[in-house]
Design a protein around this ligand. Structure first.
Ligand code: FES
Length: 238
């Protein structure tokens, strides 16, 4: 049985033979890139494909005649994983056995990671801070959280366990992620027409209202207030 190596990404013999045969068919590409990207209904999903070029931040893993490239951010998610290949009828394909994944979605293709466990949040990635004013249910004391590069305000809140409603899974089709930007509003990107239309339906609309899933913090510190009710709560109560 393969020994668990917490700091490494390992491949089973079956996975290696599968990737070897893939590479044999590909004349121009000599490596396989493996990584993790934001997507899916649980937050992240795996990807892999042929690669020609190695980047500076890549971890290079050579096993038998295969070379794998993993970018530094993905490697934090994948450390300690075993990549396997199964060929038993319905379940044919690459499988990741990832000890960092805390939950798999129903479709099995995406997963969630508890960032405090994986040390994903590196200082260099933390660019902005978001102060959330006290909200009776979601954060009674108020809190200041870090926002990673490329994270929307809603994504940063959810990662920090501030569970703002997001009924449409961030596709700009509900208004449940309505927030009011108390500081840092002026430098935000303008709202799209779709966002403006949805905001018109929001409970407690103010001049500085935005949808948390559509807006990315620009200032070093953005201060937000989460309205007391969402549109769903209001319609349930009345
Ligand atoms: S989560 Fe639905 S609009 Fe933001």
């Amino acid at each position: 049985m393969e020994k668990f190596k917490p700091e490494q990404l390992q491949f089973s013999d079956k996975a290696i033979s599968h990737f070897s045969s893939m590479l044999e068919k590909e004349i121009t590409k000599n490596s396989i890139r493996i990584g993790v990207k934001k997507a899916g209904c649980s937050g992240y999903e795996y990807f892999f494909g042929y690669e020609e070029c190695q980047n500076d931040d890549d971890t290079v893993i050579k096993q038998d005649d295969c070379t794998f490239l993993v970018d530094s951010k993905s490697f934090e998610f994948l450390k300690g994983s075993m990549v396997d290949y199964t060929d038993d009828g319905f379940n044919k394909g690459i499988q990741f056995h990832n000890p960092n994944a805390t939950a798999l979605c129903g479709c099995g293709e995406s997963f969630t990671i508890d960032s405090s466990e994986t040390d994903l949040i590196k200082r260099s990635e933390v660019k902005k801070k978001i102060k959330i004013l006290p909200h009776e249910e979601l954060c009674p004391e108020g809190v200041i959280i870090d926002a990673l590069d490329g994270e929307s305000i809603l994504e940063a809140c959810l990662r920090n366990k501030i569970r703002i409603e997001h009924a449409c899974e961030m596709s700009c089709a509900c208004t449940t992620c309505h927030i009011i930007v108390k500081e840092g509003f002026a430098n935000l990107e303008d709202a799209s027409d779709d966002e403006e239309d949805l905001l018109d339906k929001a409970w407690g609309l103010e001049a500085r209202s935005r949808l948390g899933c559509q807006v990315y913090p620009e200032d070093e510190l953005t201060v937000i207030k989460i309205p007391k009710y969402t549109i769903n709560q209001v319609s349930e109560d009345h």
